[in-house]
Design a protein around this ligand. Structure first.
Ligand SMILES: C[S@@+](CC[C@H](N)C(=O)[O-])C[C@H]1O[C@@H](n2cnc3c(N)ncnc32)[C@H](O)[C@@H]1O
Length: 270
């Protein structure tokens, strides 16, 4: 449950899309993870005429990609609890809708593909069932969720950046839990999809390269979005947050905060 007593939602997204830098942060996330997601979508055969649901579309690059792929005979419904950073180019086959996947209804048996990346960890797990019911028989679910990477093996445990990164990861996870989300969902996505009665299961985990500026830029953007919440909640001191920000600005660090993306797909039986 959201800690804000004025908020009645079962879960809340702690990174908030309406803050000024939220769109830029999600664009960095897209740069890191879109190549793998597009590969999975291509592997499932997304093509002309498909009807697709993009849940928690964020900045919208995957919605835009799907809109290109399905062409004029297809349709993409992109949803988000907060659509303010959606930036996919408008297209006749692309519809944007404000929608809470944890609370609002979805049409049944309507889509050839339902995709959600880095969304379900912020919503109640009960959201999965309507997403599956929204698939046509034979339609594909592609569920992707981030998970903390076991980077301990890559960094000496007493390395300053590693220590601060782990503190920051714990603090962010605490914020997500306090707002009703589940930061550990990534590792459970395979069993979740398997338990949902889908067929033709497949999956892959994708780790972004650790020694790259894009990883540091995305991590810094994430830290900047949540640092006030973290300090106010007493989860880290402002000085430690600043030390971690300085580590992220240094070249030639391994950036142990990098995240894995766990991607699992399956299709609704005929
Ligand atoms: C980490 S971002 C990922 C955005 C996009 N899926 C991507 O991977 O580029 C999470 C997105 O989920 C949205 N979101 C969070 N809770 C949601 C909910 N209950 N229903 C719909 N969207 C939600 C947020 O507003 C945000 O745009």
């Amino acid at each position: 449950m959201c800690p804000d007593s004025r908020c009645a939602a079962a879960s809340c997204y702690p990174f908030g899309n309406s803050t000024p830098d939220a769109g830029a942060r999600l664009a960095l996330l897209e740069d890191l993870y879109d190549p793998a997601t597009r590969r999975h979508l291509d592997g499932l055969g997304v093509g002309p005429g498909w009807r697709c649901l993009e849940v928690g579309a964020g900045h919208g690059s995957i919605a835009g990609y799907l809109s290109d792929r399905v062409g004029p005979a297809g349709h993409v419904l992109a949803t988000d609890i907060d659509t303010s950073v959606f930036a996919a180019p408008p297209a006749p086959n692309l519809e944007l809708r404000t929608h809470d996947i944890g609370a609002d209804a979805l049409p049944e048996a309507a889509f050839d593909l339902v995709h959600a990346r880095a969304v379900l960890g912020f919503a109640p797990l009960t959201a999965l069932q309507p997403m599956i019911a929204a698939l046509k028989p034979g339609g594909w679910l592609l569920l992707e969720q981030m998970s903390s990477a076991p980077t301990e093996c890559l960094e000496p445990a007493d390395d300053e950046a590693a220590v601060l990164a782990h503190q920051m990861r714990r603090a962010i996870n605490t914020l997500i839990v306090r707002r009703g989300g589940d930061p550990g969902l990534g590792l459970r996505v395979p069993q979740l999809v398997r338990g949902a009665g889908l067929s033709d299961l497949g999956g892959e985990s994708f780790a972004v390269p650790l020694r790259t500026r894009p990883v540091a830029r995305f991590t810094l953007a994430t830290v900047d979005l949540v640092k006030d919440q973290i300090v106010t909640a007493g989860l880290m001191t402002a000085a430690d947050v600043d030390r971690y920000r300085a580590c992220l600005a240094e070249p030639d660090r391994l950036f142990p905060a990098a995240l894995w993306m766990v991607s699992v797909w399956g299709r609704r039986p005929h």
